[in-house]
Design a protein around this ligand. Structure first.
Ligand code: HEC
Length: 109
């Protein structure tokens, strides 16, 4: 009995490690958006807003965030960390450069 239980725990652990290292590999692969062939980088702040943020913030799911002169640093922090119903976005989803452009776009428009 004990041996079977221990074996189960070990293979469960290995499975978790396999999944975790797979996720890490994906994140590393997606990290440099400028790299040729890496696929995807946002064109500018307006595009990120329209395709990601507007989904909630133009649909009254989230509060209006444009035209309020919200500080760029605040927008940056909310996007990276999330806040209650607001989801956090990782650098693999919105890279740092795109987030800087996005925060500037929102605070000035
Ligand atoms: C899945 C829906 C959803 C998406 C997508 C989303 N947000 Fe939000 N956001 C929310 C909600 C809901 C809140 C209100 C959170 C709360 O107070 O509980 C919020 C709050 C915020 C706030 C704080 C507003 C304030 O009045 O202080 C900022 C800034 C913000 N979001 C920026 C963004 C940006 C930038 C994006 C795009 C990268 C984005 N959000 C994408 C749902 C979303």
């Amino acid at each position: 009995m004990r041996k079977i239980k221990a074996g189960g725990a070990v293979s469960g652990f290995l499975l978790v490690m396999t999944i975790a290292s797979g996720t890490m590999a994906n994140a590393a692969w997606a990290a440099p958006p400028e790299a040729p062939g890496a696929g995807f980088s946002w064109k500018d702040g307006a595009e990120v807003y329209a395709k990601v943020c507007g989904y909630c913030h133009d649909a009254q799911v989230g509060p209006v965030i444009r035209g309020r002169a919200l500080p760029a640093a605040y927008i940056h922090a909310v996007v990276r960390n999330g806040n209650r119903a607001m989801p956090a976005f990782r650098p693999s989803e919105i890279d740092n450069q795109s987030l800087a452009k996005l925060a500037e776009y929102i605070s000035k428009n």
